[in-house]
Each structure stands twice: as C-alpha cells, then as structure tokens.
Write a protein of this length. Sequence first.
Length: 518
Amino acid sequence: MAFGFTPKHTEELRVSPLEAQPFLAAAVEAAKTQGLNLMFMSETGFIVHTDNGFFKSNFEIKLLIKGETATLTSSSLGSEMFDFGKNKKNVVAFILALDDAKQQFTAEELQQKFEALQPELAPEEDDFLKLPPSTAKEDFVDFFKFFMPRQGFFITPILIWLNVGGFVLMTINGASILNPSSEILLQWGANFRPATLNGQWWRLLSNCFLHIGIVHLLFNMFALVYVAIFLEPMLGRSRFLVAYLLTGIVASITSLSWHELTISAGASGAIFGLYGVLLALLCTSLVEQKARKALLISMGIFVAYNLIYGLKGDIDNAAHIGGLLSGFVIGFAFVPSLKRTQEPAIKYFSIGFLALVVLVCSGVTYDQLKTNEVQIVMPPPALAKADNPSDDPDFDQVAYDKLMTDFHSVESLALNIFPIDTTAAGREKSLSDIKDVGIYYWKRGIEILDELDKQGIHPLFAKRNKVLRHYCEENIKTYELMYKAVEEGTHEYDNEINARIKQTGELLNTIKRPHQKR
C-alpha cells in the first residue's frame, strides 16, 4: 500500500534499443485497450490518465523508455494519501495488456503503427520526459519555493506565512500544539456567535487564519497549495486574494447562521472557496480540454471526500459549503475579465462589484442574525437586560466567573462519591456519601445557579444555566435511586440508574461549547 502526498508504484521492464519504437507502439495499443486517455507522447514515452468517473480514484501512468530500460509508473491523481495497492494493480494490469499487444501484432505491424503515431509525437525540444530526475537537494529547494513569493505564485506563500505565523504565536503564548482550548481560540479570534454578534464582527475574517492544532494547520496548508498551484497563475494576485478573503467571510457567516454555541476556526472555508472558483473555471473554455477533465475529476474527488468527511461532529461543514458555493459564483463572475485580459477596467470592476455585493450581503445577514438572536432569547421588555453583559450596569463579570468556578467545584465534589461500596461493611458509609455529600452538593449547585440567575447575564448563558439546573435536578433523582438500591441491597434498579446516568451525560453535552475545525 503506497503512502505519500502522491502515492505511486514503479516497475522496470527490459527493452532492446532496436525494439524501442515497436515497444512504444505496443504500449500505446495496451493503453487503448485499457481505455486510458493519452495526455502526452514522444519517442521517449507517454503519459496517460485513467477515466474511472467523477467520484472514483483516478491515476496517471507514465512510460519512460531510456536505453534498454522502460520505467512504468502509476501515481494517484487527486488528494488521497493512501492508494491501498491500486497503483501496483494498475502497473501489473498494464504489463499484462502490453504482453497481449506484443503477441497480437508482429514486429512489422508494430513498426507500422509507430510510423502512424509520428505526427502525434512531441518534438524533441518539447520532450520534458527527457529531463533528468530531480536530486534530493533540488527537491528540498523546490519544497521551500512554496514559501517564497514569486511570479505567478505570490499571494499563496503570504497566506501560508500568515496562517503558520499566527499558529506559532498562539503556541508561544501557551496554546496546546495539538488541541488548543476553547478559551485560547476565542482570545485569538475564533468565530463564536455570542462574541461575533456582540460587535466583534472582525472574527468573521480572523478565524480564517486560526487553526485548532498542528495537524489541522498542515492539512489545510497542503490543500491550499494544491489548489493554488493551478488557480493563482490563472487568476492573478488581486483576483486570487479577493477570492480567498470574500469566500472566507461567506464561510464564516454561513457557520454563524448554522451554529448557535460552536467555536469555529480554520482556513478551509476560504480554501473550499478557492476550489469552488476553480471548479467554475473548469466548466468554461478557459482551461484546455484535455487538462480540464483530469482536473475536474481530481478536484471533484477532493471536494466530495472532504464534505463527506465533514459529516463528523468536529468538522464545520456549514463553512465548507458556504465557501464552496460562494467560490463557484465568484469563479463565474471572474470569467469575463479573464477572457478579456487586455481590458484591465473589467477586472477591477468585477473585483469591486463582487467585494461590494459580498460585504453588503454579509452585513445584512449579520444584522439579521443579531436581530433574530435578540428576538428569540430576550425576555419581556420590563425584565430585559443588555445583550452585552459589560453594557449592563447590574452585571458583575468577576462575581459571575467566581460563581461559575464555585459551581464546577461543587459538581466535582458531588461526583466524587464513586465508586460506591455495596457490601455489608461499606453500606453505611455509601449511604452517607450519597445523601450527605452527593445529594447535598447537587442541591448546593442549584443554589449557585439561583445566584447566577439574579445577575444580568447574556440570554444564551441564561439558557445554559437553565440546562445546568435540569442537570442537577436529574442527578439528584439518580442519587436518590442509588440510595434506595444500596439501602435495599438490590440490583433491581441498575438498568434505570445506568439509563439516567447516560441521559444526564447527554444533557450536559448539549451545553458544551465544542470547537469545530474547517
């Protein structure tokens, strides 16, 4: 099973120098019998692509004839990192088809087929298959070229440095390199509805440069480079940068609309936007037809895979979809200026118009979300409090934080009664622990929540406190049932107790503030 950014498998075949031309003709016949699409051909060899359909893995097969050796390589197209042995199967299948072609035709017939192919062969000066393989030093230098702005690839390295630099600074300031806490993410600009709608609109953009761990960062930067290699040279600096920023904002607005109490961060909303732009351009004549189909398959697989993978609970698929769809629209909006490159006024008009439309629509949606937020959770006017706790003269942030700390402390004490000793010797202590420790501290938790409710808190936190109260009440009922079971020395209530414990756990999960990657 091959692994890597481009999984591949290679085999070497023996070829007599006198038989190189018939060998190439036989290989072309083998490619035809396998339904492979010829992308490039010269006297040195060829490159073909599979055509397995839009939603299946596709591969590139390269034949290179040099001296008495023919090197046959199958490599994966798309963004997969594992090929599960498919490249090796491709090479084996091609070798078998090649052997069949050699047996089917005589040497003279193959020579005639080669002569018929000659008009399609690339001239010697354009034969890039003759270029020597890169050295380890050249590969190392080429890798770091991704981080250096240059002609045709200027904005992408800057975006990479901004994303990586932000992550490094966040880590230096105490964030976990693998899984930063929700509090750290909020401090550094993550998207979170109560904060973003509370005047901190800049989070719509700042979260597009923020990542939840090193793995999240690396995968997003790989995806960015993968699409930017094709897209930035086509769009140019200004269109490419505008596409990244505008689709990132739309992705954030979409996430904000979908998630009530989820902390969201990551560049993939904007990156999906770039894929949407490229997919739109691939539907036009701006991309050469032979390359268009291969790229459509590759990009389609990437997008489909990541959207399906995004169904996991910790992935912000709302942002992905928002970025992708907005990018698709922006891509088509760029087409007129890309077709009429000699008229720069069209380019700047399209950029300005798109920016205006996206920013106005985002602003209207932002205001609507803020209005709806207030309408849904605001109490009657006589009891209403300000949306922002800091704007409410009755609200004491320090006192609120202290009471929440007290609540978590008594919760820990209430849960500290486990394990329960049900033997005759430990029964009395267990009964005392359940009643005088567990139930006592759950009731103390409700008292703390009563004190919290007296403060002028954000309506969303009031909802949270209501769920916490229900959580405490359900735990009191569970502990009373456990007390009864221990007192009677029976296992009759075990199933009901376990069901209640599971139910209170699910109740608590509804008020957690998960952070989602994108």
